[in-house]
Design a protein around this ligand. Sequence first.
Ligand code: ADP
Ligand code: F6P
Length: 466
Amino acid sequence: MSRLIVVSNRVAPITEGEPTAGGLAAGVMDALRQKGGRWFGWSGQVVPDMVTPPLPVVEQRSGPISLYTTDLNQRDYDTYYRGFANGTLWPVFHYQAELARFDWVDFEGYRRVNGRFAEAIGAFMTPEDVVWVHDYHLLCLAEALRERGARNRIGLFLHTPFPAPAVMMNVPAHAELLAAMCQYDLIGFQTESDRLAFADYVLREMGGEARADGVLAVAGRIIRTGVYPIGVHVDMLRAEAEAAADSPQMQALRASLNGRALVMSVDRLDYSKGLPQRFAAYERFLAENAGWHRQVEFAQIAVPSRSDVHAYQEIRRQLEGEAGRINGRFAELDWTPLRYLNRSFARRDLMPLYAAAAVGLVTPLRDGMNLVAKEFIAAQDPEDPGVLVLSRFAGAARELDAALLVNPHDERAMAAALARALAMPLQERRERHGAMMAVMRRNSLERWRDRFEQDLRTPAALDSVA
Ligand code: ADP
Ligand code: F6P
């Protein structure tokens, strides 16, 4: 079988056990670890502009995975990553167009880096290789590869939501971007609404035509679209959670909780995650439920992310203020109602937290999938599981509909859901947890990888524009 080349902006650290905040790196690494493959991406390092491209590609091996990474120079980092990917596409794709800024110089940088990636991949790609590209940083990569003569099968999986056409059109370069996306052979989305939003644009704005089974004919090409909800390794996480049950970390955690119920959240510190709304809901819960005072603690782990983008600096400042204010309002000498931690945790250190929590609060304003929701469920003891309170705007809500689904903008409903979760009888907790585990076992990470790869390798039935 021809080789698989995976390409993404962010790659996971190759040494096992190191933290990887972000669903993409965690998911792709887990998927590749089993089957092996080549993975190309940014090293995470930025070098001064006087170091001129092409920058060297460094190869590292870990078991069946070969990792190829390259640095970015400052100008490329500023325009491609900080500017267009995170300053424009991220907010627009998460329906927060008012936070987006746009500059054609950034878009040019974005295209330039997609071209540099294509150049670097071209050096080790053979005509038979199949290329699987990930996420919004690389929407123009297939186009750049094709401009360099590649006729390989190239697929894109979008980890984020894809916005409705009217929202997408806030980006002045929307037509260029969508034309570039149509150079892929297969585009995978987390949910059917993301897929439909893309198809809607292609049909209405580009004069495309819908064929059977998600196949679109547009601009002389045939592209296949599909829904591939990313999953987690349920059994691996269960085993890690069981191992965590007797760990010294767990003992220390339980001792510090002193019998109090733990509510927990783990996120990158991102404005799409709905953290201010979550804090406000917790504050309201405390104000309305004096009986829970001293009986509950909320641990919010928020690892700083993209901290050189203005909107991320703002949200960080806002949350620090809010955390201090809420604790100032409710804390006692022997009770801190909100523990707010700004750091990354290795998975084995996250596990005791997941496993010990009575409630997982996962309430993004918008999220492609949200793997934390799935990790939380997998980590629960099936005999005495905790409860997931989940935003209906996370992709995960499509599968995990046995969670307590909430609208993150509805503070009162979120506070009520938290009270209900903390008081939920064992039988109901078991039933909800069992239903979610069954879905997660079906839509596993292996299935995500295998279905996407298989569809990418198989040309759509109508591979010519009749
Ligand atoms: P996103 O991709 O937007 O960050 P996801 O919820 O899909 O959101 O994925 C987040 C991933 O990053 C999960 O695998 C989670 O365990 C991990 N993660 C998030 N925050 C932290 C943290 N503070 N420390 C370690 N891992 C984290
Ligand atoms: O899927 C969400 C995602 O945007 C990934 O593409 C990304 O790698 C991750 O979150 C973390 O963000 P960053 O790579 O900008 O640190």
